[in-house]
Design a protein around this ligand. Structure first.
Ligand code: ADP
Ligand code: MG
Length: 157
């Protein structure tokens, strides 16, 4: 069976904000992969997502730190950028298992492929592609929870 998918065009950053608001509302926990070339908009979408959840202040790209932790209204949220991860087993040293064991944690992971095979499996895959000045976003369910999220995004249109 094909995984449920939701596609949307993001002509500008305002559209990215609208998508982030929907994601913040409907994808409240679990593991999200953010996939796309450098500059595709992974960090930008994450920034708007965290802001939609109520985060105030900076959202730094975890390019060098690999991870930025947040606590938003009591919920633990972890933003990863694994582009510079040298050895996937570093993820274990970083305590990724402990993050996952928190029942309501949300993990947003850029460059998840760099963390294989240690990186946890995704509930939702978000693929961003550049098309001139605009972006295309494809959300694909990777678990039962991800299916719920994709259905909610489809119905939010
Ligand atoms: P990544 O994390 O994928 O490397 P960034 O989010 O750091 O990419 O950078 C994306 C760039 O594209 C930023 O300059 C941002 O302003 C721009 N951008 C993000 N979303 C859109 C959009 N929907 N339309 C046009 N430009 C966008
Ligand atoms: Mg980035």
């Amino acid at each position: 069976m094909l995984a449920p998918t939701f596609l949307t065009v993001l002509p500008d950053e305002a559209a990215s904000i609208r998508l982030a608001v929907q994601l913040a509302q409907h994808c409240t926990q679990g593991v999200v992969y953010l996939v796309g070339d450098l500059g595709a908009g992974k960090t930008t979408l994450t920034r708007y997502w965290l802001q939609a959840l109520g985060h105030q202040g900076n959202v730094k790209s975890p390019t060098y730190t690999l991870i930025e932790p947040y606590e938003i209204h009591g919920q633990p949220i972890y933003h990863f950028d694994l582009y510079r991860l040298n050895d996937p087993y570093e993820l274990e040293l970083m305590g990724i298992r402990d993050y996952l064991e928190q029942p309501n944690a949300l993990l947003l992971i850029e460059w998840p492929s760099k963390g294989e095979p240690v990186v946890p499996s995704a509930d939702l895959l978000i693929q961003l592609t550049v098309d001139g000045k605009q972006r295309h976003a494809t959300m694909t369910a990777q678990s039962a929870y991800g299916e719920q999220v994709v259905q909610a995004l489809q119905h939010a249109e």
